[in-house]
Design a protein around this ligand. Structure first.
Ligand SMILES: Nc1ncnc2c1ncn2[C@@H]1O[C@H](COP(=O)(O)OP(=O)(O)OP(=O)(O)O)[C@@H](O)[C@H]1O
Ligand SMILES: [Mg+2]
Length: 267
């Protein structure tokens, strides 16, 4: 069993089998939806090689954090102040290194760096800490799963990716560790025509429904392909705060309610 982070009630990992499925988009909008429901929320971007949470939230590196890249320390007290945006505490390697810097560290070192950094951030009293993981089941996922107490896992897929979610792959890591897989968010699930509003099922469904049933996964929600979602996220002003009245924002709030409920059931 991994260790708890002091003051943090629930740690939720956001995972995916493949890259580019919208994990960070879902993490950021889910965090904002939870915050709109009154929760105290943090996001930790565990993608060392390609951190993009700061970009999507429009936060920039504080000059002073540069010297705070983890080194051997005598004290175990958290010391890295997170940045705050839209009421959410944010920490990312993108805030610790320069925007154009490239992290060259090898995987085992990256894993311990990530594990240490998540503990070194001054999260304070937090209801939900969302960890945006890199895709796949390598590092730092394996180390985090082993050494940090993760209360739930949200898996993000696209319709095409869902059939790849067999237990031997990305899900296997979390299941073997005995983690509570809260369910799946199917992103870019369908299309709403921006002109006529027609709901278009772009991808064939039957096999995907079967996968969800067979793996006993809850479908937490289906997020459409939507220009508002991509424009918002790419401009650092995510949809849930930019257009809180939209149906897509409501979709994220529904996912947030399910995540909260399932975490309560799991405890
Ligand atoms: N529902 C959506 N509708 C439209 N565009 C989307 C949607 N979800 C994500 N995108 C776009 O797809 C791109 C990839 O999304 P994102 O960066 O969130 O994926 P990721 O899984 O975090 O990728 P990586 O594996 O590189 O971390 C982004 O440019 C984003 O704007
Ligand atoms: Mg990402």
């Amino acid at each position: 069993m991994g260790q708890r982070i002091e003051g943090v009630a629930n740690i939720v990992a956001v995972a995916s089998g493949k890259g580019g499925v919208g994990k960070t988009t879902v993490t950021v909008n889910l965090a904002l939806a939870l915050a709109q429901r009154g929760a105290r929320v943090g996001i930790f971007d565990a993608d060392v090689y390609g951190p993009n949470v700061p970009l999507m939230l429009g936060v920039h590196r504080q000059e002073s954090t540069r010297a705070l890249v983890p080194i051997a320390r005598a004290s175990r007290e958290p010391y890295i102040p997170p940045l705050e945006r839209y009421g959410i505490k944010v920490m990312s390697f993108g805030l610790l290194v320069g925007e154009k810097d490239v992290v060259l560290a090898e995987q085992p070192l990256v894993a311990s760096l990530v594990k240490q950094t998540v503990r070194d951030v001054m999260w304070g009293e937090t209801d939900y800490l969302l960890i945006d993981l890199p895709p796949g089941s390598g590092e730092p996922q394996q180390t985090l799963v082993r050494d940090v107490q993760i209360d739930g896992v949200v898996v993000v897929t696209t319709p095409q990716d869902l059939s790849l979610l067999d237990a031997g792959r990305s899900l296997g890591l979390y299941r073997k560790a005995g983690l509570n897989v809260l369910g799946v968010v199917e992103n870019m699930s369908y299309l709403n025509c921006p002109h006529c509003g027609e709901h278009v099922e772009v991808f064939h469904r039957s096999e995907r429904d079967w996968v969800i049933e067979d793996e006993q996964l809850e479908l937490l929600g289906r997020v459409p392909m939507d220009v508002g979602i991509s424009r918002g996220i790419d401009a650092g002003h995510p949809l849930v705060t930019a257009s809180p009245g939209s149906t897509q924002a409501e979709t994220f709030r529904r996912i947030a309610r399910r995540v909260e409920a399932k975490l309560r059931e799991g405890t």
